[in-house]
Design a protein around this ligand. Structure first.
Ligand SMILES: [Fe+2]
Length: 336
């Protein structure tokens, strides 16, 4: 950072981390170079096993007959309602005890603290992903996208995914367009239309921070030197990416269920008071948010099954988290 430079503010088009080329000798070097990085082993394989078990138990808790050992039950009518066949944001699931335990794993917080250079963070009330391979009644299509609106310029958010299950060739996993974050502003200098995808957000929700790319856009990034790469992780790995990075999930084809927790932290100082207030309200009513911790805080609404509110919707988690000061600070309920 230039001497006496003012600290960057969100949504002014300036990168919120001003990297001056300094080398850290850890994953941060890769992050600043490529816009994404893997932080190895932030939790132990045993902890990853624990979270996998809790996710499966959560699916079973709806008593819809889901059996992880019986593939004939791997259909929508045996499962709570998800987005893209495995992302769970509803049913107060984003506040389950085990979800908060994952978010507050010391090395998860530590990774975001190192990245942002502060301990004073707030966290997204983000979903988990439990995707069953070969789910028969699912029509699924790739959806290369970014979770940052083209109208937000510069590096504004860093997303994370805590992985619980090994990812081999046939397994599910995260696909990233490496290097695309650095070309985001250039790409959107021209007016771009979203792909006419089934998951495309409505036009009026401009700031929903989702942009789905067309095939020709994917090619544009490749022609500009980016590489589409599936990131194969081990249990306990955390992958972080600049929210301008094009990404999507690889649907599992092998034997293993995909088990993931999305987690995202940014400095509390980036949030406006109205967003902090809304965030605290969402926490107090056990509701979820998007990937964004400090803005784009919006009520998500109840899960819909066949267009109607799922009668199995929940107004509180099955197991409430242990409320600590640290948790309340991360939830924006308590100031630092
Ligand atoms: Fe995404």
């Amino acid at each position: 950072m230039a001497p006496h430079a003012e600290e960057p503010l969100p949504d002014t088009g300036v990168d919120l981390i001003q990297h001056d080329g300094k080398e850290y000798g850890d994953w941060r070097d890769q992050f600043h170079k490529e816009g994404c990085a893997i932080v190895k082993g932030v939790i132990t394989p045993e902890r990853a096993e624990y979270y996998k078990r809790k996710q499966i138990e959560w699916l079973q808790s709806f008593n819809l007959g889901f059996d992880p050992n019986d593939e004939s039950t791997w259909t929508a009518d045996h499962l709570p309602v998800s987005f893209k066949g495995g992302m769970y944001f509803s049913y107060a699931s984003t506040h389950e005890k085990f979800v908060w335990e994952a978010r507050t794993e010391p090395k998860v917080i530590d990774a975001f603290s190192k990245l942002w250079g502060t301990e004073e963070l707030i966290v997204s009330f983000d979903g988990m992903n439990i995707t069953l391979p070969r789910q028969k009644d699912l029509s699924w299509s790739p959806w290369p996208h970014t979770d940052q609106s083209p109208h937000r310029k510069g590096m504004q958010c860093v997303q994370g995914l805590l992985n619980y299950q090994p990812n081999g060739e046939n397994d599910g996993g995260l696909i990233l367009m490496k290097g695309s974050s650095k070309l985001f502003d250039e790409f959107f200098r021209e007016t771009r239309e979203q792909d006419n995808h089934v998951d495309k957000p409505p036009e009026e929700e401009d700031f929903r921070d989702l942009f789905i790319f067309k095939e020709s856009d994917v090619k544009w990034f490749q022609d500009h030197g980016c590489k589409l790469e599936k990131i194969n992780l081990e249990p306990g790995d955390l992958v972080l990416w600049d929210s301008r990075t094009m990404h999507y999930a690889c649907f599992p084809q092998g034997e293993r269920i995909r088990h993931v927790q999305y987690v995202c932290m940014t400095p509390r100082k980036f949030a406006k008071q109205e967003d902090l207030d809304l965030k605290a309200e969402l926490f107090n009513t056990w509701q979820g948010t998007t990937h964004w911790p400090h803005c784009n805080i919006r009520k998500q609404g109840p899960p819909l099954r066949d267009g109607k509110v799922d009668p199995l919707d929940r107004s509180e988690p099955l197991e409430k988290p242990e409320i600590t000061d640290r948790l309340l600070q991360l939830a924006a309920v308590k100031a630092y």
